[in-house]
Write a protein that binds this ligand. Structure first.
Ligand code: ADP
Length: 874
């Protein structure tokens, strides 16, 4: 094997310390990757894989990305969940002896990335740390490096709570101690990193609130040590940790958040169509981030909710002020992230100008709020920082339209610094002199075509075309560059001026850079008040947005009930309502209280059962987040948790069967719900055989009724369950009405008391335009089945039809003997086979059951139908 070059040795040394990253090794204008890094990066980034050129390193795979466009490659890798160690040359290659010294200056990870595509404007970018404690609890801390926010909590022994916290939006990376395997609670979208050191560094002690406790400290130490190890720069913008208790806000597990489409739709993961889409009418990026948090973590404290509602009310009552406020907010840039970048040292002059522009809006903005006479707004005004000094300084110092680069000048206003003004004056004078030179030289030599010019390589010159060269006086003109048709010269005076101009320009850009760093340091002094004001602005922004939406869709201010009553008049589903034309949405009432806890909702498919259930949950979330609600009138309890088992949101990716997912979600609800919770169960038991499903559905309802007492909305297509109303005191039937018109079904979407009278399956099939033959036959069969059921009921022949609806096992012996049969006389499922032997089912029906209709062509279906008809005729 050939001997290793010193550079490769350096590479391997560094790489050995950053094993789990792509090492971007700076070589001139490129970042190079070698060995396995190169092979994998070439594939992920779709760039060419080459081999190292020098003869003894021919075997080393290599690929590279240009330094100036590295950002986009880094973003791509970050989005795929990788980490990147940026290794720079830390001494000047010209003066270096031997191999240029190189060091990793930063490790960019999905959680700590500060720039580029991976950082979304309206979403936080959190890195979290979880530290399991000996007693089974865990401490949990998350921080957003772009904004400096830190939140910390101690979590219960329940690992489901851990999972709930970890899966909140915005968390991109989780840090755990090496002793803990997070695999079982971590979704694939979150990168997991291990940090060994768990001792808290002195610098960060000050960020822990006094009553934080030692538990929180462990996770905090894990997190900050990880930041120090990867970021290697100032973290002075990190804010004091906010302690929270998960139980201080409404608990929504990942299923509920997904099923209710809080921040994205189930179908295509779009924000459009989600609750957030409506509720986010914010103008600033900060507001956009906060509203997402509010939607996912509605409040539990009624006073806090009322504060928000009163602000919304005030904004609703002052249309013009609100519009002016919105106009002003448009000029308030992302103060949180600007503060973060300032502390981090990667802020540029354009961003400083954004900061200045924002600060200019603040005085008017707050005096506007002050005029609205609202307690909370007054508090805000008092808490907001005074930035007049900072603003003045930025107005005087910063140029109005600076370039992105901070090393090429153009950053500082004239009048800010005497020496800088002198340099600029000198350069200007020199340039004036040069602009006069052309005429002088033409006059002196008589050469009309003589030109004075400048280029980057040769500097200033006097250009004379070849035929005119003999007319130049001897001696004074020194030849500098020869072109095909001309010669370029310089004179001693021009040289002197050139040196002066270039010197002045060089000095002035250097000085400007220094002055800019000074300005940045002065801004750093304001980090805390800036962050505090940013928080206030985001609240203002979210709430003005709530007002805008509430006005647009005519929402009302919700009241809160002290005795767990939910009474909604004219409630609407906020998202569906907005997608329909005005007036198309059918509003519905709902009444729940401690005597009326469970609603059993029946009605044909597509009638609106699920919509009715969801709208109740959404109204509560909106109200508890501080927004008005889509209803004529709403009195609501404070729900501590909402659980859902809704629709066909099958977790296809997890590899679990639909029915298993259904049962897991149900278990979550049954084990954690309290009398203050809301449970939505949509078509429980659908995923298994009829009797199985119905038995489970009934026993689940009974369990909730007897043991939990949570408010529950339960939709079912098992009409048989409606008889439960007779035996369960707190359960009531409602149905979504549909009517039959000329043999077709018309959905009224109107919820009425009592049970639905029949199944509309065949009518829905008619709507779907199944062949007439099939529909007619189904009608006939239905009548036969109904006849059979009648006979069963009248003969009370329990052997023929098992009784799916049993009396509540949790109740003594009330209502004994009540039962109803299915339309379908033949049970299918685990125990179906035994009963089948006891009875005779027509073979056609058996065949029909086995037929795979979904995978048949129309012709095949027709043939099958024909065959059945023949059999029946026989
Ligand atoms: P189900 O759960 O009974 O099968 P859904 O709740 O899914 O029915 O509703 C089916 C469709 O009917 C919805 O997508 C919506 O377009 C419409 N819909 C439901 N409720 C209403 C309503 N109250 N007003 C107007 N349209 C409604």
């Amino acid at each position: 094997m050939a001997e290793e070059t010193p550079m490769m040795k350096q590479y391997k040394d560094i790489k050995s310390q950053y094993g789990d990253t792509f090492l971007f090794y700076r070589l001139g204008d490129f970042y190079e990757l070698f060995f396995d890094d190169a092979v994998q990066a070439a594939r992920e980034l779709e760039i060419t894989l080459t081999r190292r050129g020098s003869s003894n390193e021919q075997h080393i795979p290599m690929c590279g990305v240009p330094y100036h466009s590295a950002e986009q490659y880094i973003s791509t890798l970050i989005e795929k969940g990788y980490k990147i160690a940026i290794c720079e040359q830390v001494e000047d290659p010209k003066t270096a002896k031997g191999v240029v010294r190189r060091e990793v200056v930063q490790v960019v990870t999905p959680g700590t990335v500060m720039e580029g595509r991976a950082v979304r404007e309206n979403e936080n970018n959190f890195t979290a740390a979880l530290y399991p404690c000996d007693d089974g609890t865990a401490s949990f801390v998350k921080a957003d490096l772009t904004t400096g926010e830190i939140e910390g909590a101690v979590l219960d022994k329940d690992t489901r709570q851990w999972q709930r916290e970890i899966t909140r939006t915005g968390i991109k990376e989780l840090i755990v101690p090496s002793s803990f395997d997070a695999g079982h609670i971590l979704p694939a979208s979150i990168v997991c990193s291990v940090e060994e050191d768990t001792k808290l560094q002195q610098d960060f002690q000050a960020l822990l609130p006094e009553h934080a406790g030692s538990k929180v400290e462990s996770a905090f130490a894990l997190l900050t040590n990880y930041f120090v190890r990867t970021q290697k720069r100032s973290l002075s913008h990190l804010q004091t940790m906010q302690l929270y208790r998960p139980k201080d806000s409404m608990q929504l597990d990942i299923h509920a958040r997904r099923n209710l489409e809080l921040t994205e739709t189930l179908m295509d993961h779009n924000k459009r169509g989600s609750l957030l889409w409506l509720m986010d009418q914010s103008v600033t990026a900060m507001g956009g981030r906060l509203v997402r948090k509010w939607v996912e973590q509605p409040l539990l404290n009624v006073d806090d909710m009322k504060k928000r509602h009163s602000v919304v009310e005030s904004f609703l009552a002052h249309y013009f002020e609100r519009e002016e406020l919105r106009d002003r907010l448009r000029y308030v840039y992302d103060l949180e992230r600007l503060a973060g970048k300032t502390a981090y040292g990667n802020v540029n002059a354009r961003e400083m100008v954004q900061l200045r522009r924002s600060l200019q809006e603040l005085p008017e903005l707050f005096s506007l709020l002050d005029s609205l006479d609202n307690e909370t707004m007054k508090e805000w005004t008092e808490r907001a920082g005074d930035f007049s000094g900072l603003r003045d300084m930025l107005e005087k110092s910063l140029a109005d339209d600076p370039p992105v680069s901070i090393t090429e000048g153009g950053l500082i206003k004239e009048g800010w610094h005497d020496k800088l003004d002198e340099y600029k004056e000198a350069s200007r004078n020199g340039k004036d002199w040069i602009s006069r030179l052309e005429k002088q030289e033409r006059d002196a030599t008589g050469i009309k075509s003589l030109k004075v010019g400048f280029n980057k390589v040769f500097g200033y010159y006097i250009e004379v075309t070849r035929p005119n060269i003999p007319y130049l006086p001897e001696g004074r003109y020194e030849r500098k560059q020869t072109l095909t048709n001309a010669e370029r010269y310089i004179t001693p005076e021009l040289k002197e001026k050139e040196e002066m101009i270039l010197g002045a320009e060089h000095h002035s850009t250097e000085l400007e850079y220094q002055l800019f760093l000074d300005i940045r340091d002065q801004v750093k002094e304001y980090l805390q008040p800036l962050q505090e004001t940013a928080r206030i602005i985001s609240e203002i922004d979210v709430l003005q947005g709530f007002a805008v939406q509430s006005e647009r869709m005519q929402y009302v201010r919700p009241e809160f009930s002290a005795n767990r009553r939910l009474s909604i008049t004219g409630g609407r589903h906020p998202v569906i309502e907005q997608m329909l034309d005005q007036g198309e949405y059918v509003a519905n009432d709902m009444e729940l209280n401690d005597q009326r806890e469970i609603l059993l909702i029946t009605g044909p498919n597509m009638a609106g059962k699920s919509t009715y259930m969801r709208q109740t949950a959404l109204l509560s979330i909106m109200a508890q987040a501080g927004c008005f609600v889509p209803a004529e009138k709403a009195e609501l309890p404070v729900f501590d948790q909402i659980f859902t088992r809704i629709g066909a949101s099958d977790d296809l990716t997890s590899g679990q069967s639909t029915f298993m997912v259904e049962m897991l979600e149900t278990k979550q609800a049954l084990s954690m719900a309290t009398p203050d919770s809301l449970i939505l169960l949509d078509e429980i038991g659908r995923g298994t055989s009829t009797y199985d499903g119905m038995a489970l559905a009934q026993s689940i309802v009974e369990y909730i009724h007897e043991r939990i007492g949570a408010k529950t909305l339960f939709s079912t297509h098992y009409h048989e369950l409606t008889t439960l109303e007779d035996t369960m005191s707190k359960l009531f039937n409602v149905h979504v009405r549909a009517v039959e018109e000329e043999g077709n079904i018309v959905f009224l979407h109107k919820v009425e008391q009592g049970r639905a009278d029949r199944s509309y399956g065949i009518y829905v099939a008619k709507l779907a335009e199944l062949p007439d033959g099939v529909l007619d036959r189904a009608e006939t069969l239905l009548h036969q089945f109904e006849g059979h059921v009648d006979r069963v009921l009248h003969e009370e022949n329990e052997e023929l039809t098992p009784a799916p609806v049993l009396n509540s096992s949790y109740e003594s012996d009330a209502g004994e003997g009540e039962q109803l049969a299915l339309f379908e006389p033949t049970p299918a499922g685990s125990d179906g086979s035994k009963q089948k032997e006891e009875r005779k089912t027509h073979p056609v029906i058996e065949d029909l059951k086995k037929a795979d209709v979904l995978h048949m062509s129309p012709i095949q279906a027709l043939e099958l139908l024909y065959e059945y008809q023949q059999k029946l005729k026989r």
